[in-house]
Design a protein around this ligand. Sequence first.
Ligand code: ADP
Ligand code: TYD
Length: 208
Amino acid sequence: MTASGCFVTFEGIDGSGKSTQARRLAEALRAEGHEVVLTREPGGSPGAEEIRRLVLEGDPDRWSAETEILLFTAARRDHLERTITPALAAGKIVICDRFADSTRMYQGLSRGDLRAQVDQLHTLMIGREPDLTLLIDMDPETGLARARGRQGHEERFEDFGPELQRRMRAGFLALAKEFADRFRVIDGARPEAEVAADVLARVREALA
Ligand code: ADP
Ligand code: TYD
């Protein structure tokens, strides 16, 4: 918890149910009278949404991993300045679909080990972690099948295929151990309502 507000993030592989659970959590907390800002990365501010289009549309080989680290971090900095920090300062609960842990995994792991560069840039330009991170964990075959079921043109990382998604899952679980104080691992391979109840219980603990 920060002095005011609470910063909650969802992480996990593509198709694990993050967006669904983030939306349900926002609805549940609003129904209890909390002021909630529901946002996502990359994006969450007008400038960061423009960067989202640059990184998620077009040729998958458009950017090197290093350039992607810069683009995702630039988007995050704008999102933080314009959306997240003001909302937390106003005492709101900010729920964000993906944050810096996604850069640690996707750009840090997918094309060689760039974790140190991700962390250095994070320290320099972002400098804050969530109060609570909910890792929606599930096997990549199920996640990928769910993600493919959605129609869309943002396919960049889903196209990396099941092998990379398996490494991502293991990477996220390792990250949950590394940052055990703020991470909670949620079994995502259950009906939506069951996952949502688990998520809400973890958030109530954090707010208490
Ligand atoms: P993510 O944001 O992690 O990529 P989404 O929330 O977009 O995942 O969910 C991916 C797809 O799976 C969507 O079509 C969604 O309706 C569906 N879905 C989400 N949660 C569940 C669940 N618990 N069981 C079955 N399908 C789900
Ligand atoms: P998202 O819209 O959350 O995709 P999904 O709903 O399929 O999980 O995120 C879009 C993609 O961007 C996703 O494949 C992960 C990737 N991504 C990164 O590679 N680095 C990052 O820092 C972030 C925030 C996302």
